[in-house]
Design a protein around this ligand. Structure first.
Ligand code: PMV
Length: 314
């Protein structure tokens, strides 16, 4: 098959989801086994099509409004063409083909946005810095997620484990991994909207600020400890920290029976630790699998995981 004109990997948040929205640190890692690919070919007019959803949008003839599926794709393309001063060059067919499941915490929307921007940059031979790439992809994240922290495009663009903190000055620090970290990622099969979960947490925090801020403040030292562990190599301790972070996420009501069942099944089968990963209420869990990979995988499938895969953080 032809090489894509642009592509981007998936990602998973290891620690610090939700608290990162309030300016606290988080750690995320790329998942390079998954990727969004974008192909560009000359065409009569501007067409965006998605192989995954079997959709095709002729956005000049029928511009999409913000409630329509595909609006985020349209805006990513138009914002990028505008950025490159190419709004008049609209005779291209953009095809998206992604192996990243949407609404499951694997960074699908950010990866598709980054892949589209990279594809347009490559196709028109226009250079773009990582900072401008991030700013453009962040605009798409706002369309899909409302009030995102920005961690998804950050880790996807850099394709390295990152320590991330948003704020007036975003802190994005790539991490050196001392020892490989073996992780099983398991899907509950339940799709969940990051926008809705983030908005629910925001509402709940507005009515009980002390409770939520106390929980977020307990997540901060966990993330700092994780950074230290990743950089120094005491992998087993990550398991204990995963368990602690999961308990705190339960307290802000973003877990679900399906997530808890997978987390418990992984631990019982020998995972050093496990937690939900990402917005929660559905999507994936991660389990630290230093040994017993087969046994943990089987336990997860028996507990109802719709899909599992193994990855090593390096
Ligand atoms: O579900 P995901 O992987 O898209 O992660 C959302 C992470 C949050 O912290 C809940 C939101 C954000 O913008 O960081």
């Amino acid at each position: 098959m032809k090489n894509p004109t642009g592509s981007a990997c998936g990602k998973i948040i290891l620690f610090g989801e939700h608290s990162v929205v309030y300016g606290h640190p988080a750690i995320a890692v790329p998942v390079t086994a998954l990727h969004a690919d974008v192909f560009i070919q000359p065409a009569e007019t501007l067409v965006i099509s998605s192989r995954n959803f079997n959709t095709e949008y002729e956005i000049l003839k029928n511009p999409l409004n913000k409630n329509e599926t595909g609006f985020g794709l349209q805006e990513t393309v138009l914002n990028t063409l505008k950025f490159f001063n190419l709004l008049k060059k609209q005779n291209i067919h953009i095809t998206i083909d992604s192996s990243i499941l949407p609404a499951s915490g694997l960074g699908s929307s950010a990866a598709v946005a980054v892949a589209i921007i990279r594809a347009l940059s490559n196709y028109f031979k226009k250079k773009i810095s990582n900072k401008d790439l991030y700013d453009l992809a962040f605009k798409t994240e706002v369309i899909y997620h409302g009030d995102p922290s920005g961690i998804d495009p950050a880790v996807i663009i850099h394709e390295k484990p990152v320590y991330f903190k948003s704020g007036k000055k975003t802190r994005l620090e790539p991490l050196k991994v001392a020892n490989k970290i073996p992780i099983i990622i398991a899907d509950t099969g339940v799709r969940s909207s990051t926008k809705e979960v983030v908005s629910d947490v925001k509402k709940a925090r507005a009515s009980d600020k002390d409770k939520y801020d106390t929980i977020f403040s307990e997540i901060i030292p966990i993330v700092h400890r994780v950074r230290d562990v990743i950089e120094k190599g005491n992998v087993s301790e990550l398991g204990r920290l995963m368990n602690e972070n999961h308990e705190l996420l339960k307290q802000i009501d973003v877990s679900s029976p399906e997530l808890d069942l997978l987390v418990e099944s992984a631990r019982e089968a020998g995972a050093t630790g496990a937690k939900l990963a990402g917005a929660g209420r559905g999507g994936h869990i991660i389990a630290l699998a230093e040994d017993n990979v087969q046994k943990i995988s089987k336990a997860l499938v028996d507990a109802g995981a719709s899909h599992i895969f193994f990855t090593e953080i390096v």
